[in-house]
Design a binder for this molecule. Structure first.
Ligand code: TEU
Length: 547
């Protein structure tokens, strides 16, 4: 067993959605060579590791999260040799590479599933969850995350199989020790190849309740309860942890359903993984037609997670990823000023920050006008449901467009050249028309740009241990739109103030902070600390004290 490497705590991650990062062969889809080409850009940003979304062989029903061969790279992304080269080149820059580990389910085209469908006594039948059923009667009333029943009937076997995502993503049966051995073998294979670790996809769903667990809809229990961090998962997680420990792997788990008070056990020195992505904070009021994050709700959730992980455990910090619309539009108001305040307030919290490609240059949501501009299946399901319920196509695309995951999957905007410099061909998903102004080249050239602010914040984390290991204390907890916290390690203190709203805010601080000096984070004017302040829209201030 290797000693646990604590470096993840002082690291900053960068998430790459490979289909949309950089295309080098003109097929309109990003590729591994494109990532290699952009390593200098990532190195210049200052990030420490890359989380690479799936590049495995896949029919791409769900953006590569439907894997048909765990050991192969999908040819649209390149080859295994390209990946080895990426690992090698990234390591030359001292950048680590972690990959998605998708083991809750496979593609329905995976040979295991193809075998499992053949007959009830096929050796792979029990690699998945098959239960006797009829077309009229599914084994229970559980719903899939992507809409509709979590069961799909198979006429030949007169059984249904379970899937908590799309029907093309059958869930693996973790109760089967042979299946687990095959997964463990695969995990080792990738670590032996030289990757530095994993982002564990949907890991909290691998264990299910018994099939007779009933969902009391619509207002009874949480519809996802029967497969959210269900008891029995501990055994599987311990097995996986033992492998991670052997290799000293860098790990982050997407583990919704793991409550903040349970998270320390998952992520402390004896925990299964280094850190956790909670999904709770993406809280929107269900009646908000603009699909905005409700800032006070968000703030309360962040404060709770920060507090619960103060003594033990570790948070992964993020405001954007490939599953949510762009943060500049959901948390912010579309302006670069809002993106800056967002950057400052989350990058200095306690935990390991992740930046999602394009977030650092301020790409916003896509102005969708037609459902055919969208690829993800869940948006199509939602759109069709709205049409069935009587919405006009205009009304339906407005709602489906606003909430679509494809907002964040449009190509990276490198320059103001054709297709934003992403491809010489036709991009698989249209480039956001904002690219003429919003692109990496323009952002890097402007010293006060969002991108240069991200660079400063990354650097600040690297140079100040207080941001890594200091404690965190919040002030003015009840304020709706401002967030104020202090990081402290011995005599060194950092005070962060951010107005997360497009209106001026009166701030009357509960405590006087004396002897602090302002850090220059590229604002037009400096402002001395005072106990009472009127903050401009999206104003942020960072003050520092001690050595
Ligand atoms: O997302 C999974 C995910 O968001 C759920 O685990 C979550 O718990 C649920 O929606 C409840 O809020 C991951 C990937 O990030 C996503 O892109 C994939 O579509 C999905 O897994 C399936 O692999």
């Amino acid at each position: 067993m290797k000693a646990r490497d604590e470096k993840f705590k002082s690291s900053v991650g960068y998430q790459i959605y490979p289909k949309s990062f950089k295309d080098t062969d003109g097929n309109g889809v990003g590729d591994i060579n494109g990532i290699i080409e952009k390593l200098p850009y990532l190195n210049d940003l200052g990030i420490d590791f890359i989380w690479l979304n799936p590049v495995y062989q896949s029919p791409q029903v769900d953006g590569g999260y439907d894997i048909s061969d765990f050991y192969a790279i999908d040819e649209m992304f390149g080859s295994l040799d390209d990946l080895k080269k990426l690992i090698e080149k990234a390591h030359e820059y001292d950048i680590k590479l972690i990959m998605d580990l998708v083991v809750n389910h496979t593609s329905d085209k995976h040979p295991w599933f193809v075998e499992s469908k053949k007959s009830k006594d096929n050796p792979y039948h029990d690699y998945y969850h098959w239960v006797d059923a009829s077309p009229e009667k599914m084994p229970n009333n559980w719903q899939s995350f992507f809409g509709g029943s979590a069961w799909t009937y198979d006429e030949n076997l007169e059984q249904a199989y379970f899937h908590c995502f799309a029907k093309e993503q059958p869930d693996l049966n973790w109760k089967n020790p042979k299946m687990r051995e095959d997964i463990y073998k695969m995990i080792r294979w990738w670590l032996d190849l030289g990757i530095d670790g994993f982002r564990l996809d949907a890991i909290s769903h691998i264990q299910k309740e018994n099939w007779d667990f009933e969902i009391k809809s619509p207002h009874g229990n949480d519809p996802w309860e029967p497969f959210m961090n269900v008891s029995g998962i501990e055994e599987y997680m311990s097995d996986i942890k033992a492998i991670f420990d052997e290799y000293g792997a860098l790990t982050v788990g997407e583990a919704s359903g793991v409550q903040s008070h349970q998270a320390p056990d998952w992520t402390d020195e004896n925990g299964y993984i280094n850190m956790i992505f909670e999904l709770e904070h993406n809280w929107k009021k269900s009646d908000d037609p603009n699909n905005k994050i409700y800032i006070k709700g968000y703030k309360d959730i962040i404060m709770r997670w920060q507090k619960d992980m103060l003594e033990r455990g570790w948070n992964a910090l993020y405001i954007e990823n490939h599953d949510n619309p762009r943060s500049i539009d959901t948390f912010g108001d579309g302006t670069l000023d809002s993106a800056k305040a967002l950057a400052v307030h989350y990058m200095l919290l306690r935990g390991t920050p992740f930046i999602y490609q394009g977030q650092e240059i301020g790409i916003g949501n896509f102005p969708f006008t037609d459902i055919n501009q969208i690829d993800v299946p869940d948006s199509h399901n939602y759109y069709n449901k709205l049409i069935e319920e009587g919405d006009t196509p205009e009304e339906a695309i407005k709602k489906a467009g606003l909430t679509s995951r494809d907002n964040s999957r449009t190509p990276m905007q490198w320059s103001d050249e054709k297709e934003a410099g992403f491809t010489d061909g036709k991009p698989w998903l249209a480039v956001n028309p904002s690219y003429l102004e919003i692109n990496a080249q323009a952002m890097l050239a402007d010293p006060n740009s969002l991108t240069n602010l991200y660079k400063k914040l990354i650097n600040l984390r690297h140079e100040n241990e207080v941001i890594v290991n200091g404690d965190v204390k919040f002030f003015n907890k009840g304020d709706k739109n401002t967030i104020v916290y202090r990081r402290k390690l011995d005599d060194k203190k950092i005070l962060v103030i951010a107005n997360l709203s497009p209106e001026k805010q009166k701030l009357a601080l509960e405590k006087n902070f004396k002897g602090y000096e302002e850090l220059d984070l590229g604002q037009e004017i400096q402002r001395e600390f005072t106990k009472k302040m009127i903050l401009d829209p999206w104003e942020y201030r960072v003050y520092i004290k001690g050595n």
